[in-house]
Design a protein around this ligand. Structure first.
Ligand code: 6PG
Length: 252
């Protein structure tokens, strides 16, 4: 398992540009070699700029052969300001020529959350041709990290963190007092490439604990993302990286 790569940029704009370039490169490489690129996108606020950059017309992303999934979704209607889908639609889907059938939405507004999770797993299996018993391998998963160390909707201490069989589960956040539907840790760890995009000094101490943490404490969820046969790259801004001892700097 290779060590995570940590790249520090002067601000979120530069980190987003680097992540967009990597997305574009991976999309082109995967489509050239296997005819399909499958990526999962996080919600929250940090990736907004990255998604806008991906939608720029000069990018050579083969959208017709790119399938986009959601990493997680809040259990609200798709029109709600809290909806991750709504954010992805506003910043990317409404701006880039992405075929409607190539975006796969988590229908987290369904009252039967388990059923929404099951349907979403089936949708992933249909596109990624994964069999029961094996985890789907996404080419790229774009993740964020909350100040409490959660990633996707896998919160510290939450039962979903222990899921070893299912691909997608419902999960309740005690801190946020809200339900989410999320990809599970085995799916994150089956990916070919993970990119974490993290910005802001409110995340500096957590980032230090995730990347350089002492052995004493229970590992935070973001620290558990280590694909056995894949890479992890952190694209972080200087504010989030300010407490890291070791880091590689990108000229920006
Ligand atoms: C969500 C996410 C979540 C997010 C982090 C960071 O629905 O909230 O997908 O895992 O990536 O909470 O969120 P920010 O980018 O808003 O800080």
């Amino acid at each position: 398992m290779p060590e995570p790569e940590v790249n520090v940029y002067s601000n979120l704009e530069e980190a987003s540009r680097a992540a967009a370039q990597r997305f574009e490169l991976l999309a082109r490489q995967n489509v050239a070699t296997k005819g399909l690129f499958a990526a999962a996108l996080s919600g929250g606020t940090t990736p907004r700029r990255l998604f806008e950059l991906l939608a720029e017309p000069e990018r050579a992303i083969p959208w017709d052969h790119t399938h986009l999934f959601q990493v997680d979704e809040r259990c609200v209607p798709p029109t709600d300001p809290q909806s991750n889908y709504r954010m992805i639609r506003e910043t990317l889907l409404s701006r880039a020529p992405i075929p409607e059938a190539n975006f796969h939405r988590i229908t987290a507004e369904m009252p039967a959350r388990n059923e929404a999770a099951r349907r979403y797993s089936e949708e992933m299996a249909r596109i990624l041709k994964s069999n029961r018993g094996e985890f789907p391998r996404l080419d790229l998963i774009l993740l964020g990290m909350g100040p409490d160390g959660h990633t996707a909707s896998l919160f510290p201490g939450s039962p979903a963190l222990g899921e070893r069989k299912l691909w997608v589960v419902e999960n309740f956040s005690e801190r946020l007092k809200s339900w989410r539907i999320t990809l599970t840790l085995p799916v994150l760890n089956a990916a070919a490439q993970i990119i974490f995009l993290v910005a802001g000094d409110d995340k500096a101490d957590t980032l230090r604990r995730v990347l350089e943490g002492s052995g004493g404490e229970a590992p935070l969820p973001a620290r558990l993302v280590l694909p056995a046969d894949g890479g992890v790259a952190w694209a972080v801004d200087a504010a989030a990286a300010k407490l890291l001892k070791s880091r590689s700097r990108q000229a920006s």
